[in-house]
Design a protein around this ligand. Structure first.
Ligand SMILES: Cc1ncc(COP(=O)(O)O)c(C=O)c1O
Length: 398
């Protein structure tokens, strides 16, 4: 067999997929569809959906679906190319202005995905001679953007402020990159502390609001809009794929920087723009997110109900304070077993194993949405507590 093909087949992930297939476990890439009454079906089984990041529950909102359809009918099914050459449709600019207004920034720039927004922004911003500080939990797209720039990446643990101060003093970083809400453990960034540590220095602070947008802030505009510390944030990135129930990404900041990113970001220049339907859906979802606070109130209430319920049943939910609620199980065998048993009981949740989380912190990841009712959440608590109680002890050697 060709060398490159053999190598990729030997990668740990390839081996894991083979082992799972051999054991008849289908944790990844399941087929999700909709039943006649709008119920979610996963591999044909009716399920409570706790594996999607549709925090405000707007994916199946008729207004959002109609807006997607109207945009496709008016502007076509595809964008036809990169905006640089194929041009932008009016919806691009409208959505950029609406995002900038929501986030309290001068301007915003859309990308086709959130991954591309982070990749394009950081690779345009940084140089090989730069040091960039990233904490240990940041999303892969942020790390990949720093890597593409060839910048020297220094890591620090996000709640260890002493390490952050030491790194700032030792490395004089060009940029500091953090997530607003951490996608696996579900904790919020210590933004006030980070802003305090940076002071008025020249280091650029980039905050990825992917999991905070729509949920935090008085108007749902994310963690940076929730406190004074947000003023220290220079650039906000995010995705349209979670609370905005669509697909796409963005960076927002001051007008001149956004213009420079527009001119240089390769993932923008060399990739076809979002389809009109995605822009139409995100535009409608943004309006709903701003005008109807009940969705973010509901998702936070549901998350608190799940977290407290699991904690009272002795389940370790770690440092979660957000709609991402992990059940930390301590090894991958337990995480796979729990997720499989939950699925059989009609609850769909993701799992995270090393290296997505540190070794020993393998978990089932519940992503709570406003589409769940309190009784749905109670059902998740009851079933999960039972499943976890009956798992084999991680420390017991068979
Ligand atoms: C923190 C964070 N940033 C960026 C992204 C990428 O966004 P998208 O899914 O739109 O590519 C994600 C998505 O999973 C994320 O969790």
């Amino acid at each position: 067999m060709r060398q490159a093909l053999r190598r990729i087949q030997d990668e740990p992930r390839s081996r894991l997929y083979r082992e799972l297939a051999h054991a008849g476990t289908t944790v990844y890439y399941r087929t999700v569809s909709c039943g006649p009454a709008g119920q979610i079906l996963v591999d044909g089984r009716p399920c409570l959906m706790l594996g999607s990041n549709d925090y405000l529950g707007l994916r199946f909102d008729g207004r959002v679906q109609e807006a997607a359809g109207r945009a496709a009918a008016r502007w076509g099914s595809g964008a036809g190319g990169s905006r640089l050459l194929a041009g932008s449709i009016p919806l691009h600019r409208e959505l950029e202005e609406a995002l900038a207004d929501w986030l309290g920034r001068e301007d915003a720039l859309l990308f086709t995905t959130g991954y591309q927004a982070n990749l394009g922004t950081l690779s345009a911003l940084l140089r090989p001679e730069d040091t960039v500080l990233c904490d240990t939990g940041v999303h892969a797209s942020l790390l990949d953007g720093c890597r593409l720039a060839g910048a020297r990446i220094q890591r620090f643990r996000r709640h260890r402020l002493r390490t952050l101060h030491a790194r700032l003093a030792a490395d004089a970083p060009a940029a500091l990159v953090i997530d607003a809400v951490y996608s696996m453990e579900g904790d919020e960034a210590p933004l006030a502390d980070v802003a305090g540590a940076l002071g008025d220095g020249t280091c650029t602070l980039l905050l990825d609001e992917a999991h905070a947008l729509g949920v935090y802030g008085p108007d749902g505009g994310g963690l940076a809009t929730a406190s004074e510390a947000g003023r220290r944030v220079d650039l906000v990135t995010g995705t349209l794929s979670k609370s905005l129930a669509s697909c796409g990404g963005f960076v927002a900041g001051d007008r001149e920087t956004i213009q420079a990113i527009r001119a240089n970001a390769r993932s923008l220049i060399f990739s076809t723009a979002s389809v009109p339907a995605a822009l139409g859906a995100a535009r409608a979802a943004l309006e709903i997110a701003r005008a109807e606070p009940e969705h973010r109130v509901r998702v936070l209430e549901n998350a608190a109900l799940l977290r407290e319920g699991l904690k009272s049943a002795g389940v370790d939910t770690g440092v979660s304070t957000s709609p991402i609620v992990p059940a930390i199980l301590g090894d991958s065998a337990r995480a796979f077993a729990a997720s499989e048993q939950l699925f059989e009981a009609g609850i769909y949740a993701g799992i995270a194993i090393h290296p997505a989380v540190p070794k020993g912190s393998e978990l089932v990841r519940f992503s709570v949405t406003a589409a769940l009712s309190p009784s749905d959440v109670q059902q998740v608590v009851d079933v999960t507590s039972k499943v976890i109680r009956n798992l084999p002890d991680p420390t017991r050697v068979p």
